[in-house]
Write a new protein. Sequence first.
Length: 287
Amino acid sequence: MPELPEVETIRNGLRRFVLNKEIKELKIFDKKLTPFLLGYKKLKNDKILEIDRIGKLLIFKFKKSPLFLLVHLKMTGQLVYLPNNSKKLMVGGHSNSGQEKDRENFKHLRFQINFLKGDVLFLNDTRRFAYVKLVNKIELNTIKGKFGLEPLEKIKYSDFLKLLEGRANKNIKAFLLDQSLVSGIGNIYADEILFAAGVLPQRKVFSLKESEKKLIFSNISRILKLAVKKRGTTFSNYIDAEGQTGEFVKLLKVYGRDGQKCQKCQNLILKDRVAGRGTHYCPRCQK
């Protein structure tokens, strides 16, 4: 599943292609989406004004309509942009094993936005896990309220401490994965953050020293911002909105490296199950 850096990269890519383009129509191919896209016909002749993000959720704003289109790609979702009279597809999400050059390879369309001049944006989703919904401002604010601190914004250490203090018996890996506490962190970056902080993922929050809390806090924003700069991590065939792979995979220290030597101490990286997720760590560098 794409995490915050991947979704932010997709957002930045799509903004270059679809902002201020007039919408001709929105088509629904997956009838299961119909109850979640009530009022979609009102988007005709409107324009996408902006694409925002909170956590891993993309938020499409429109110039005239008071509605917001929410898209969470989940496990297999792809947002695909096809310029008019072009065979070059721009894909954000999970790839089709390098087959993105031909539209015919996208066989699991769920909805599609046709723009006035012939450009197309569609959601392809093999397993139909992606979350899609049209909401009003009140509903959007309710949904936003379920998300925790936004790591790419300026977070106060005091706010982070308050969250930790209320979860003393939670292990730190589970804390980082809880979207209601800190939004956007998934399995990859939780492992990398904890390695950088020198903290074992199995540790309970109450056992953390003040210095360890500060290291975790500082590495959350540092690592996520670096990952955005590197266009995310390429795992499970993830590619960004321009069909490119993420470069952060080259900087991974522990995730996906179980059985390999730690780049810092040469000890073997181990893999365990923590917070219900496969978890990678160095038993020597992390305490």
